[in-house]
Write a protein that binds this ligand. Structure first.
Ligand code: UDP
Ligand code: MG
Length: 315
C-alpha cells in the first residue's frame, strides 16, 4: 500500500492547530492509504509544540520535528522532506487556507502518473488587497525574469512524488524558493485548482518584511537579470557620457566664450553616477550575500526534539 507523508510547517499556530489536526485526520482517514502527518514546529513561542506532542502521544501517525528557533517556512518544509518516508509527500499550510480536502484529488492525479501536482489558486479570500496585488505582481514579474517555468499563483501546497523529493533533498542551496526548485526539477507536473480560503484564526506569520525577503530569494535564485540590468545600465550610461564628453569638448574648442562655469552639470552628473553606482553595488551585494551563505554552508535548520521519528532524515 502506498504511503503519503503530509508535511505541515507550524509557527505559533496554537489557535488553529486543534482544528487543523482534526481536519487532516478526517481527510487522511478517508483515503485508503497509509499516511503520516509530520508537523514541523518552526520555533513557535506559544504552546503549539505542546499540543502536537499531545496528539503524537496518542496517535502514531503524528510525527513532530521541533526546531531550536524560527528558521522560516521554507526550511521547515525542507526538514519535513528530509524526514518523510512516504511514496508521495504533500506540503500544506497549518492555517487551513489550503483545504486538506483537496489532497485526495492530488493523490488521484499522482496515481494517474504525475510526479508533481500543485495547487493553483483561483482566488484568495480574506487577504488584504495589498497582499493580493503584490503577490500577483510578484508571480508575473518572476515569470518574465526567469527561464524556469514557475507557474503563477501557486504556493507550496502541492504533492510531490518520492523521486522528486529525493532530488530535492540533494539540492543544497540555502536561500530556498521551494516552488521554483520543484519546477526546476521537472518531471511530469500538473495542477488542481482551488479557492484559497481565509486563515482560520490568528494572523499571518508572513509580515511584509518576510514577504520581501522571500520575493527577493525567488528572483535572485532564479534569475541573473538583475545583474544583467547592472551591466546594461553601465553600458548605457557610459555611452551617454561619451556623447556628452564630445559635446563638452566641442563647446570648449569652438564656443569658449559662452561657457559658464559648469557647476550645474557637474552636480547633475555626480548625482546620477553616484545613484547608479549605489544601485549596482546593491545588486552585486545581494548576490555576494548569497554566495557567502553558500560558502559558509551552515545547516538549514537545527532539530531540538523529535517525536515518533527515528533517524531516517540525514541532515
Ligand atoms: N510558517 C512557518 N514559519 C514561519 C512563518 C510561517 O513555519 O516563519 C508556517 C505557518 O505556520 C503556516 C505557513 O507557514 O502554516 C504559512 O504561513 P502563513 O499562513 O502565516 O502565511 P500566509 O498564508 O499569510 O502567506
Ligand atoms: Mg496562511
Amino acid at each position: 500500500m502506498p504511503k503519503i507523508s503530509v508535511i505541515i510547517p507550524v509557527f505559533n499556530e496554537t489557535e488553529v492547530i486543534d482544528v487543523t489536526y482534526k481536519r487532516m485526520k478526517s481527510v487522511m482517514d478517508g483515503i485508503e492509504m497509509e499516511y503520516e502527518l509530520i508537523f514541523v514546529n518552526d520555533g513557535s513561542r506559544d504552546d503549539t509544540e505542546h499540543k502536537i506532542a499531545g496528539y503524537a502521544k496518542k496517535d502514531r501517525t503524528v510525527k513532530l520535528l521541533s526546531f531550536s528557533r524560527n528558521f522560516g517556512h521554507q526550511c521547515a518544509i525542507s526538514a519535513g522532506m528530509d524526514y518523510a518516508s512516504g511514496d508521495a509527500v504533500v506540503v500544506i499550510d497549518a492555517d487551513l487556507q489550503d483545504p486538506p480536502e483537496l489532497i485526495p484529488e492530488m493523490i488521484k492525479k499522482w496515481q494517474e502518473g504525475y510526479e508533481v501536482v500543485y495547487g493553483k489558486r483561483l482566488k484568495r479570500k480574506g487577504e488584504t488587497l495589498f497582499k493580493k496585488a503584490t503577490a500577483k505582481l510578484f508571480y508575473r514579474t518572476l515569470k518574465h525574469l526567469t527561464s524556469v517555468d514557475i507557474p503563477v499563483d501557486t504556493g507550496d501546497f502541492r504533492l510531490i512524488d518520492r523521486k522528486v523529493c529525493d532530488v530535492f533533498r540533494r539540492l543544497q542551496e540555502k536561500n530556498r524558493f521551494i516552488r521554483g526548485l520543484v519546477s526546476w526539477i521537472g518531471f511530469r507536473q500538473t495542477y488542481v485548482e482551488y479557492v484559497r480560503e481565509e486563515r482560520l484564526a490568528g494572523e499571518t506569520k508572513y509580515p511584509l518584511k518576510k514577504m520581501m525577503r522571500f520575493a527577493m530569494d525567488g528572483i535572485l535564485s532564479f534569475s541573473y537579470i538583475p545583474l544583467k540590468i547592472a551591466s546594461f545600465l553601465g553600458f548605457l550610461i557610459s555611452g551617454l557620457s561619451f556623447l556628452y564628453l564630445i559635446f563638452v569638448l566641442i563647446q570648449k574648442l569652438f564656443y569658449p566664450a559662452g561657457l559658464v562655469p559648469g557647476w550645474t552639470s557637474i552636480v547633475a552628473v555626480l548625482l546620477i553616477f553616484n545613484g547608479i553606482i549605489l544601485i549596482l553595488l546593491g545588486v552585486i551585494g545581494e548576490y555576494i550575500g548569497r554566495i557567502y551563505d553558500e560558502v559558509r554552508n551552515r545547516p538549514l535548520y537545527i532539530i531540538d526534539k523529535k517525536v515518533n521519528l527515528d533517524d531516517e532524515g540525514v541532515e
